[in-house]
Design a protein around this ligand. Structure first.
Ligand code: FB9
Length: 498
């Protein structure tokens, strides 16, 4: 369309006028295409004048198209006569349109009749013929010619080889705003066009229904948050309720003493723990509970011999960045113990914890700990193994093993392992245990109530699932935001570990 419009303008630049039928034949284009280009040009007011006229044009009939394809009736008669001639009755019987063909061939002097043997025999009169009817119809068909002589037209019309059709054509001339260049189509329909009606004379860029919408700017979940959501869903499915973990700063009392972790434990010194300088100390504790904690550390009780050291409040009051979310579990269990009568609970937490560790490709000074806690009467190690199996099964991890371990606040304790199909070895996927009575009983939980718990990190599975080897590509100032934008939806599970 673009070049036909320009060709029309260029033609009008050098010619007074032109009609669309003429241009269609001149450029071997369909008349419809030329008219379409005219309509498109008329959108630009005054660029051309197009006077509508009714004209007529010749078209081949079905019969005419057959003659153009296979030859005229007379030519068919001539070509069906063998060297020795043929009975007229034969030829009239076998050749289509023989009557008209025979007469035309006779009047063209192509054939003659010999009756010397009695029966009429048709012979060729000339060596070869020129089938002018077929030639003319072919030229009409391909637009080489558009008109016939009067005699031709009369003859072909009578023979029903052509028909005259009326066609609306346009006589084109330069308009008052004639220009060889076509104004760019409008891209936007403005309120000014609507109010003035000028849109009626403008061409608009066709609406591209295949154009993709602009990707809306939207937020993107960080892979850690996607994996966290997966774990959260699993806990909720298992009936666990989330603990309030919105305090990164914790007192040493809740982080260590309440868990029966002695004040001289190496994990409590500055090599492993971040101490807060302002405010350096926590001051509010449940005093009666604090006394019971002091006693169980210093003298023992509840069947325990304790650690037999001079337990100091000052040490317990030191504020730190919590080293595990088990500090929150302690707060929640103490709160639970104040509710009478006791009711079983299932708690979970997933949040940041801080450790003053040596940094390397897989360790930062902080990570997200995932923790599950179940408190009920008569819970056993078997229940702990069972709930861990159930938890990891929901992650697609079936092959699990437990290995005896040590934690200051759980006894027994177990490390959790899963078989890595890719590495063909068992990898540690968490830690677990049964909270000690020296932790639970000073809180006031009834005798016979046990609390089982387990924990793992969020970063380890996320790095494995997203194939990230350096934790700084996952967390921290050097993270490339398009990693956040482009990472796939995650399905947590050991099968991704392969
Ligand atoms: O997450 C860990 N590993 C892991 C977890 C998942 C995983 O893939 C998913 C299934 C798809 C792959 C690996 N670990 C615990 C084990 C190791 O990575 C370990 O080297 C690092 N540990 C962290 C602590 O490091 C200082 C992971 C973190 C951890 C360890 C223990 C606990 C929580 C987190 C705990 C606990 C606990 C125990 C008893 C009672 C309450 C809580």
């Amino acid at each position: 369309m673009g070049d036909i419009r320009e060709r029309i303008l260029s033609h009008l630049e050098n010619n007074e006028d032109a009609d669309t039928l003429f241009l269609a034949e001149k450029w071997d284009e369909t008349h419809q295409k030329i008219v379409g280009a005219v309509k498109s040009l008329q959108i630009h007011e005054g660029i051309i004048d197009a006077e509508q006229k009714v004209s007529s044009k010749l078209e081949l009939t079905k019969e005419g198209r057959a003659v153009a394809d296979s030859g005229s009736h007379e030519a068919l008669i001539f070509n069906s006569i063998p060297e020795e001639g043929i009975l007229q009755s034969e030829i009239m019987k076998n050749v289509p349109n023989a009557k008209i063909g025979f007469n035309k061939a006779m009047s063209a002097g192509w054939i003659t009749i010999d009756k010397s043997d009695g029966a009429a025999k048709v012979l060729r009169k000339v060596e070869e013929i020129t089938d002018s009817v077929q030639e003319t119809l072919k030229q009409l068909q391909n637009g080489t010619i558009t008109k016939l002589s009067d005699s031709q037209f009369k003859d072909y019309k009578k023979r029903k080889l052509v028909t005259e059709v009326k066609v609306t054509i346009y006589v084109l001339r330069k308009g008052p705003n004639f220009s060889l260049t076509i104004p760019e189509p409008e891209k936007d329909l403005t309120d000014e066009m609507l109010s003035t009606g000028s849109w009626k004379n403008k061409e608009f860029k066709p609406y591209n229904f295949n154009a993709l919408g602009i990707m809306p700017q939207s937020g993107h979940l960080h892979p850690l948050l996607k994996v966290r959501a997966q774990y959260m869903t699993i806990f909720l499915e298992m009936g666990f309720s989330e603990m309030p973990t919105n305090n990164f700063v914790e007192s040493s009392f809740w982080n260590f003493d309440a868990l029966f972790q002695p004040q001289q434990h190496p994990a409590r010194d500055a090599h492993d723990t971040f101490f807060i300088s302002k405010p350096m100390n926590a001051t509010k504790f449940p005093e009666d509970y604090l006394e019971r904690v002091k006693k169980v550390h210093a003298e023992g009780g509840y069947g325990s011999q304790g650690y037999k050291y001079d337990w100091k409040r000052e040490e317990a009051s030191k504020n730190i960045m919590r080293t595990h979310t088990t500090a929150v579990s302690a707060r929640m269990l103490y709160k639970l113990a104040q509710q009478k009568p006791f009711k079983p609970v299932r708690y979970f937490s997933i949040d940041r914890v801080f450790r003053n560790e040596t940094l390397d490709a897989t360790h930062l000074a902080e990570f997200h700990q995932i923790e599950g806690v179940v408190a009920d009467y008569d819970l056993t190690l078997g229940d702990l193994m069972g709930v861990i199996h159930e938890f990891f099964k929901k992650l697609g991890i079936q092959k699990i093993r437990f290995k005896p371990a040590y934690n200051p606040y759980t006894e027994p304790s177990m490390e959790i392992f899963s078989y890595h199909e890719g590495l063909k070895k068992w990898v540690e996927i968490g830690n677990s245990g049964v909270f000690r009575p020296e932790m639970l009983l000073p809180m006031g939980l009834p005798e016979g109530v046990n609390v089982i718990a387990w924990g793992l990190s969020l970063e380890r599975p996320t790095m494995i699932l997203y194939g990230i080897n350096n934790i700084r590509d996952l967390i921290g100032p050097k993270v490339k935001l398009n990693m956040v934008y482009n990472n796939p939806i995650c399905r947590v599970g050991i099968e991704q570990l392969s």
